[in-house]
Design a binder for this molecule. Sequence first.
Ligand code: ADP
Length: 737
Amino acid sequence: MSDFQVDLNNCDREPIHIPGQIQSHGFLIVIDQEHMIRFVSENTINFLGDIAKNLLGQSLYHLESIIGDVQQADFITQLMNFGKVNNNFRQTNPFEFSISGSSFNLIISPVAKFYLLEFEPATSTINLDIQSLVGKSIVEMLGDKNLNSLLKNTVQQVKNIIQYDRVMIYRFAEDGHGEVVAEAKQEELAPWLGLHYPASDIPKQARELYKINLTRLIANTDTAPAKIITEPGQAPLDLTHSQLRSVSPIHIQYLKNMGVASSFSISLLYKNELWGLIACHNYSPRFIDYKSRESAKLIGQILSSALEFRQDEENQYIHEGFNNNLEKISKYLQQNEFIEQAVTAEEVNILSVTNATGAVFIYEGKVIRIGITPDDLQLNGLINWVMEHVSEMIYATDNLSGLYPEAAEYKHIASGLLISTLSKQLQEYIFWFKPEQIQKINWAGDPEKLVTIDNDGFQHISPRHSFEVWTELVAAKSDQWHEQEIKSATRLKEEIHYAINLKAGAIRAMNEKLRLAYEELDTFSYTISHDLKNPLAVIRSYAQLLVRDKSIGERGQEFLNRIEDRATKMNLMINEVLDYSRIGRSDVQYKSTDTGALINDIIKDLDQIYDKAVLNITVGDTPALQGDHTMLFQVFSNLIGNAVKYSQQAETAQVHIHGIKSEKETCYTIKDNGIGIAAKDLVHIFKLFNRMDNVMDIEGSGVGLSIVKRIVDKHKGRIWAESELEKGTTFFVSFNN
Ligand code: ADP
């Protein structure tokens, strides 16, 4: 026994690959690269006699001289050389020879810097032509396509070959516990089919060894193990690849409690993971020799690939259904402008890519529920929990309330939760739900009662004594999420991301087109306005010429005056349109502008036009602005000009201008006591050619404020107005510092 004491705290870490002892039906000699003997099992003398007493530190030749094979004195050296050249010992394992009349198998395995030489009896208790039996069995095994029949056939065939009392297929669930899914047994034995065994019955590290060593024989639970001895200072020997590796005392006790004398297992792998075991029990000792074990291994491998094939076929089938639906959704994503509609509004939707009973699409602040889902309040709580606890892009659980107790109140709707994270940052997810499925599990003994206290008061994980059927009802758990459902969720996420990217790209492209169209329109209006100016000038000058012609009567003169008047107005409008489009085409030349001086210039101009006696313009603080001097002039001249123009009805037009500089921006207000703007019109004042109903008899073109708005936008500033009809208007214009 190794020094490692197994107790409650370290049971799962019991280093079962370095037990320091072997099963005593064979013996072990370990040599190093120079063929010097470094480890020997204590029971070697039982097989080779006292002459083998002091093997440690001796050479392999010495061992060969003791064994003294009749055919070849240095047969082990030859096997070693052959194996070393080929880099493995598959072809020479096992090598059969005899020691004092008994047949032995020598099995050689390389382990780090050593070679294990394992000697075990070559005569099986089973006297059958195992190879031909295996051949026949395989045909029988694979005769049926149905999984249950396949497993049933397999246990029957294995039982026929190794003639053990009970042969089972033990399947591991994801949580490590196992279930007997097929069984062939002697009639008098109680059936174990359908029984579940807790994960602790086969601890994790044992499952790892099952993946490396595909067969495992425990020849006799009643024989004491043989210690491995070595020279002082040697590190413990790794027996992972050993055939004779001794068994954990816990496991031996466990088998003994079940009355098992010999146990044999064959690993079943699915995609390199341990799917299950063919577990064989015999209630009296029954040894299986190496060759028979190797043949049995073949059965395991064939069953493994049959399982893999079947599983792949089943996956393919499920996958096809989900896949067709994914294709449809992907098409909707291409056709529909709105992502959330594409994936939720059709008959085939996010719910159709898994076997879930409800789904929720959480996107751009919207929560769209399909099928049976928790209510809004419950969903809110769940989203918060997910935000805090789930970092994976794809996450699945079949026991939500086990992780998030609040979910217990809706476990009938959502015991299973599958999450696809579209964007954690934007809190965008797809959730799928599966309801609770209450399960009845028949345990072989109460899995909770595994801890015992020994005589010294220490706690132990005990090998179970009771295998009485113990039924547990498992609640708050849903059907598991199939790997194909997880794949679907992943693919759907990719499709949605792709669609989002495409849409973002399309919007960018559209923006660029718009920008170009805008530019073209600017150029167009600029050209048109410009070209209109000439013919208009000609009309005007002819009208002026004609006015001087005295032969034209009074009525004619009046018409001519009107023509000239309108032509002048049209010229004004054309100039404004030209101004407007010019702004679109020119870049902002940022400079610090002395706003006070600029406002004074504007006021001086206005004083020329309006009667000073009825106009009172006051100016407060005038902090400097960062911007294009010419454009800022246009802004203030339009705003102040309008304030004066639309206040003429007042006894004295009062206009006040002042600026306030804050940390980020400088904001100017231009306040008047004029006719005001109706609240409903405030949103329209910046549109080109828009004039309000109350200004019809006041001159204007409806272009000024459009120019102002365009300039402010160009400066990335803001403009807005507050107004009351017949009281006055205040414009606010703000520029970044
Ligand atoms: P307009 O040449 O008509 O003044 P603007 O583009 O400068 O054109 O102004 C658009 C419209 O906004 C005006 O026709 C008027 O109805 C309204 N408006 C602008 N400023 C004022 C103001 N200070 N008071 C009242 N109405 C105003």
